[in-house]
Design a protein around this ligand. Structure first.
Ligand code: CFM
Length: 528
């Protein structure tokens, strides 16, 4: 029996039928179809978050100059407060509200009699105290259940205070994971923010999409892009702002880092404003180099191309000695990576360049296109995906502008530039790797025992369980207070952290408690 069967065999037949579609072992050259973006099974400890987490926590959360009011009981706000390391800095022109936690603190009486009054009061207070240019409202489960009309409240407040007020109906129960919240956030930003600014286009301008500045990743990527000579119009949304995002439609090109959370905006920007998008990966040396070269090929200016090569050579040289050392310390190691919907793929490349092979990988909430590539699109709609609003945009009559002609784009695509394309995880995962979609605690532990990776990359939920069983772990959602991990310098930070984790003697001294102690103690009928 192989590892996959050994794990799945422990399920009841009903569970087996469901999970067998979500757990596959990669076979080189095979289509490798996987089931994804379906409901988690009640009772199974899934690692997913909710729709509100995807909207407020992930996509709109990092917008620093926006007062974000969570309309719901206080627990939802507290949970979202400062738990994701999306760093941001304010300056003399940009306010930064990220350290605050705004909530309407709904109580039972509000649930019974309605919470709109409380929301209006919260907006009034926020305007009086903080004077923001934009307020965003994110609703949590009870709001959807009792039917507060947050959109009407937003429209009224917008008029009353003459500021932008955008409401997101991202109740936690919508959709099957936080992925639905990404989509709702993308729609809201597209309808209400992007395209409302009046800045003029600047030369070689770029939006960086799906980069949330975890541990300072976005700052490091922008440093390199600016060194080459690009103008960053907006970053969506790490260290991002309402002020910048309004003018995102003026960029020449969109770079998509996290495909899962923001591909909707990338597509809509193309349709509405004519901006092409390129899939990039700024994690891992080969990925960064390829991405920078792809961007240079898009602009096709000899001076920019030469500067790209000079910056690559310079940045690479700076980290070369360190990378050789860390590579020697990590030779022939194996890893498992379980993250949300994008990072698993991004980090394979970086680990490969350090000589580490990923043998076990998983996503919490990715869709089939994140695994198999966008050629599987469009996917069949089911009841849950229909529950998430999907909007259609049309060409903007005045702001639509294309950088290249259609023929030129066709040529660039034929030359291999990933314009509007993404090959998914399968493009880089090793043959025989084990993949689990919507991974759960039971499978995590079972596969760790069987496959014994040298290091496990995941999040806070499983970190300590894994470490107690003797396998070192690094958090890939938050970077365990370290980072940045993106860009050239980030790769070196990552290599250092992984080397320290894998080579620390502590984990070889750990013995899982269940190996030496009984897991159940009790007595039966008075007998010991
Ligand atoms: Fe995109 Fe993200 Fe991720 Fe994600 Fe997330 Fe995240 Fe993630 Mo945690 S936007 S899909 S919803 S890269 S918060 S910064 S690390 S699960 S893999």
């Amino acid at each position: 029996m192989d590892s996959r069967d050994k794990v799945l065999d422990q399920y009841s037949s009903k569970l087996y039928k469901n999970r067998k579609e979500h757990v596959i072992q990669i076979e080189d050259g095979e289509p490798n179809v996987i089931a994804a973006d379906t409901r988690a099974i009640p009772g199974i400890m899934t690692n997913r978050g909710c729709c509100y987490a995807g909207c407020k926590g992930v996509v709109i959360g990092p917008l620093k100059d926006v007062v974000q009011i969570v309309h719901g009981p206080i627990g939802c706000s507290y949970y979202a407060w400062g738990t994701r390391r999306n760093k941001a800095k304010g300056d003399e022109n940009t306010k930064n509200f990220l350290e605050y936690c705004f909530s309407t603190d709904m109580q039972e009486t509000d649930i019974v009699f309605g919470g709109e009054k409380k929301l209006k009061k919260a907006i009034k207070e926020a305007v009086e105290i903080f004077d923001p240019a934009c307020i965003m409202i994110a609703s949590t489960c009870p709001v959807g259940l009792i039917g507060d009309d947050i959109h009407a409240v937003a429209a009224e407040a917008e008029e009353m205070y003459n500021i932008k007020v955008v409401a997101f109906s991202c109740e936690g129960y919508k959709g099957v994971s936080q992925s639905g919240g990404h989509h709702i956030a993308n729609n809201g930003l597209m309808k209400n923010v992007i395209g409302t600014g009046d800045a003029k286009p600047v030369k070689y301008s770029i939006n960086l999409l799906g980069e949330y500045n975890i541990g300072g990743d976005g700052w490091e990527i922008c440093r390199v892009l600016k060194r080459i000579g690009y103008n960053i119009v907006s970053v969506m949304t790490g260290d991002g702002s309402y002020a910048e995002m309004k003018n995102a439609h003026t960029a020449d090109l969109n770079l998509v880092q996290c495909h899962r959370s923001i591909n909707y905006i990338a597509e809509m920007l193309k349709t509405k404003y004519g901006t092409e998008w390129l899939k990039v990966n700024f994690i891992g040396i080969e990925g960064i180099k390829q991405s920078l070269r792809d961007v240079a090929s898009f602009f096709n200016d000899p001076a920019l191309t030469a500067k790209t090569e000079a910056v690559i050579a310079d940045e690479e040289e700076e980290i070369a000695v360190g990378m050789v050392y860390y590579k020697s310390m990590l030779k022939d190691k194996t890893a498992a990576i379980y993250v949300g919907g994008s990072r698993t793929h991004h980090y394979i490349n970086l680990l490969k360049s350090l000589g580490v092979e990923v043998i076990l990988a998983g996503y919490e909430f990715a869709h089939r296109d994140d695994y198999e590539g966008r050629q599987v699109l469009p996917l069949k709609m089911d009841a849950d995906s229909k529950n998430i609003e999907s909007i259609t945009v049309v060409k903007d009559p005045t702001k639509y502008r294309t950088f290249h002609t259609e023929e030129r784009i066709k040529e660039l695509k034929e030359a291999g530039l990933p314009i509007e394309s993404y090959d998914g995880l399968w493009a880089d995962i090793a043959d025989k790797a084990m993949i689990t979609d919507d991974y759960n605690q039971f499978e995590t532990e079972a596969f760790l025992k069987l496959l014994k990776p040298d290091i496990f990359f995941s999040g806070i939920k499983d970190k300590y369980i894994v470490q107690r069983s003797g396998v070192p772990s690094r958090q890939l959602h938050s970077y365990d207070y370290s980072g940045p991990y993106a860009g050239f310098k980030g790769a070196l930070n990552f290599a250092r952290d992984v080397t320290l984790a894998v080579n620390t003697p502590a984990f070889s001294l750990v013995q899982a408690p269940w190996k030496s102690e009984p897991t159940l103690i009790g007595n039966l009928g008075g007998m010991e």
